[in-house]
Design a protein around this ligand. Structure first.
Ligand code: CO
Length: 171
């Protein structure tokens, strides 16, 4: 079911999400709702708090190419529960956007290479290693689980400019 997206500066986006302990039907329903919502809004990643659920759950589905008709398959969705970074190395800068900050894009610095431990929808422990856009997306979504939004990583000047424009947009 498609859910409403929590939009910045909604204070729910500042919540630190809780660890998931039950890998049950309710969790699977949450994951499915997140997928439907992400697909509807044409996003490539979503954290549970973005639909108002403060649990350490995120999903990512990166299209294989950048064209508008790129086919998104549900089985390609990476479902990440209780993620922990066990290694972050190097730095890189890429343009990011966020369904909770619609229409705003900016270059953000992140680690270039990550290793992450997480659980799948059945509670099975997994490890992922990546140094491509997936590494960036995982860091972006992980921030949501810790109550952080990517605009908080902007420089002081850029942040001020953003806040001014954002207020104007929602007046
Ligand atoms: Co986001």
């Amino acid at each position: 079911m498609i859910q409403d997206i929590v939009v910045y500066p909604d204070k729910r986006l500042k919540e630190v999400s809780d660890t998931v302990s039950e890998f049950d039907e309710e969790l699977h329903k949450l994951l499915d709702n997140m997928y439907d919502t992400m697909l509807d809004k044409k996003g490539v990643g979503l954290a549970a708090i973005q639909i108002g659920i403060a649990q350490r759950v995120l999903i990512i589905n990166l299209p294989e190419n950048d064209t508008d008709d790129a086919i998104i398959k549900k089985e390609d969705t990476l479902e990440v529960i209780n993620p922990v970074f066990i290694s972050m190395k190097g730095t890189c800068k890429n343009q990011e956007g966020c369904l909770s900050v619609p229409g705003f894009y900016e270059d953000i610095e992140r680690a270039a290479h990550i290793v992450m431990e997480y659980q799948d929808r059945h509670g099975k422990k997994k490890i992922i290693e990546n140094q491509d856009f997936l590494a960036i997306a995982l860091q972006h979504e992980m921030d949501h689980l810790d109550g952080k939004v990517f605009v908080e990583k902007l420089s002081f000047i850029k942040r001020k400019k953003f806040e001014k424009e954002w207020k104007k947009k929602f007046k």
